[in-house]
Structures are given as C-alpha cells and as structure tokens.
Write a protein that binds this ligand. Structure first.
Ligand SMILES: NC(=O)c1ccc[n+]([C@@H]2O[C@H](COP(=O)([O-])OP(=O)(O)OC[C@H]3O[C@@H](n4cnc5c(N)ncnc54)[C@H](OP(=O)(O)O)[C@@H]3O)[C@@H](O)[C@H]2O)c1
Length: 293
C-alpha cells in the first residue's frame, strides 16, 4: 500500500535484512519504510538507499515512542534474548504497548508453532508475547514460524563429519520453513492493508522423520549419514559434555522432544495463503546448500 509508513524492528538481523530487501524490491518507496535497530550504524547501507533508520531497543522502552512515531503497520521481530536473565515477554510487551501509543493501526509478531502446546524451552516467551500483542487492542497478524531449514546448517555438518546423526526425536515428523520464506511472509504482512486479526503457522508444506531427512540429505550431499536413536538423557549428557551452555542444551533437547511428541508435525498452506507463493522445500534447501555439509 503506497502512502503509508511501515516499520520493522530488529531490522539489522538476518530476518530483518532479508525482509527489507523484499520490501524494497516490491516497489514500496524507501522513504515509507522505517527500519529500527539497537545500533543504527548497522543499517547505514539501508539508510543510504533512503530507508528511514531509527534506534529502538526493547530493553529501553523510553526510546520506543520516538522510534515508532508515524508508523501505520509495525512488525516486531522477536528478539534472540533466550539466555537466562533476559525477559522476552517484557521486551515484546513494551514494543506492543509503544506501537499502540504511537497510533499504529496494525501489529505483526514473529512467533513459533503452537506456543500453547509446544515443548520448545522458550515457547512460554512466545505465548506471553502473543498475549501482549493481542492484549494491545491493535489488530494483529501473528506469524508462527516453523523451525528454520537453516538451523540444519548448525547441526548437520557435525553429524556428517561423524557419519552419525544422534537424535532423541524418535519417529516424530517435522516440517520446516526457509528463512527467506519467513522474510517473504513478513513483507507480505507489512505490505497488506488488511486489519483482520490473523494467525499463520508458516511451514514448507511437508513433514519428515529424522530418517527421511537424513536419507534426503545424504543422497544430495553425497556422504553417508546414519541415524542413531538415543534417549533424551543421553542427548543431554552428550551436549553437556560438548561444553554447550545449559540453556542451549535445554533448547536442543526440547527441540527433539517437540519433534518426538508431534509438536512440529504441522502442515498447511498458510504460507501460500499469505504470500501467494509456494514455500521452498527441504529438498531445494539441501540442493542449494550442498557445499555447507
Ligand atoms: N524459527 C526458528 O527456527 C528460529 C531460529 C532462530 C531464531 N528465531 C527467532 O527469529 C528471530 C529473527 O531471526 P534472525 O535469524 O533474524 O535472528 P538474528 O539475526 O539473530 O536477529 C536477532 C534479532 O533480535 C533483535 N534484538 C535483539 N535484542 C533486541 C532488543 N533489545 N530490542 C530490539 N530488538 C532486539 C535484533 O535486532 P537488532 O540487532 O537490529 O537490534 C535482531 O533482529 C530471532 O530473534 C528469534 O526470535 C527463530
């Protein structure tokens, strides 16, 4: 929609930058896009393109009214503050409140699938944040992003190096979503003029067991990859012995638990409904990233 200003928080992160690129290539004038970040120098390249860059830190709510001024639709990218001591609900609630006070008409928030039932360690953060967004009284679009396909770039290279993928996910099935598709969805929600309340659970339209993922990856990458089913306790012990911080161990163990219990086995066409495009498949992800494995 031309003429109205849209705003994206956390714009210097990976999702933020990809979304800005899609917004700019959509024809939305740069001077109608407000990008906020904790450190404006990180977005100097977008300021040079005419994007309005402002400082906003959810831990400093006093910065937010000035940062959000004049924005019609505001997208809150959930922060990465999952370490102990951080309070994401407080952060996102401050942003939602500031959006309301700034006179925005519509709020968008990036969440995770089924925050009520999810076993993911930080699901309560998203549940509380969704409630804050809904409680703001603004109309809202909630984008429940599935596990990024790109998360496999962190775990699978090590598994390929050892030839073994140790998992406690059992025979659970999991869908994913490409990071770029999350950006497409965010851009679509920002560019829409709908003020209907909506919740989209975004996924790549198919779900796989660990065995199926390993077989697909192995065939495409051209290296062997066996699956070793281990207990949750054994997974926890292995990750702890590898020196990972306890909250990362909790996250990894809970991710497998969520797969095992069916929490990631969600397939729908929400992505296509929102964007009008087909999501990128897991197969195309492996084909595009063969060299990384
Ligand atoms: N679905 C999944 O599998 C998955 C995986 C990883 C992460 N996520 C979630 O998706 C979000 C975006 O992913 P990403 O790949 O773009 O992650 P990323 O590059 O690590 O970005 C982290 C984001 O957090 C923002 N942030 C951190 N502290 C903040 C604060 N105090 N106030 C305002 N913003 C703050 C950053 O904004 P600035 O640096 O610009 O201030 C940035 O947008 C993550 O933050 C996380 O909540 C989902």
């Amino acid at each position: 929609m031309t003429g109205t200003k849209i705003l994206l928080t956390g714009a210097s992160g990976k999702l933020g930058r990809e979304t800005l690129d899609i917004l700019l290539s959509s024809g939305k004038p740069a001077h109608e896009i407000i990008a906020t970040t904790r450190n404006v120098s990180n977005l100097a390249d977008y300021a040079a393109k005419g994007v309005i860059v402002r400082q906003a830190d959810f831990n400093a709510p006093e910065t937010l009214s000035e940062a959000f001024a004049g924005a019609d639709r505001i997208a809150i990218i959930s922060t990465d503050a999952i370490d102990p001591g951080s309070d994401r609900v407080k952060q996102h609630a401050a942003a939602a409140e500031a959006a309301k006070l700034a006179g925005a008409s519509h709020l968008i928030y990036t969440s995770l699938p089924d925050p009520e039932g999810s076993r993911i360690s930080f699901a309560p953060d998203h549940l509380g944040s969704e409630k804050a967004v809904i409680g703001s009284g603004l109309s809202y679009t909630i984008l429940r992003n599935s596990w990024y396909q790109e998360n496999l770039l962190m775990s699978l290279p090590q598994a390929f190096a050892q030839g073994v993928w140790a998992t406690s996910a059992g025979n659970g099935r999991q869908s994913f979503i490409a990071h770029e598709d999350c950006a497409r969805a965010l851009a679509a929600a920002l560019l829409s003029n709908s003020t209907e309340n909506a919740i989209y659970t975004l996924n790549d339209g198919e779900s796989h067991t660990v065995e199926e993922i390993a077989a697909m990856a192995s065939a495409i990458v051209g290296k062997p990859l066996e699956v070793s089913h281990i207990s949750e306790d054994a997974l926890r012990a292995g990750l702890t012995d590898a020196g990972l911080p306890p909250f990362v161990v909790d996250l990894s163990v809970s991710a497998d638990e969520n797969v095992r219990t069916g929490g990631f086995d969600i397939i729908n066409d929400d992505f296509e409904t929102l964007t009008g495009q087909k999501p990128q498949t897991l197969r195309s992800f492996f084909e595009a990233n063969r060299a990384a494995f």
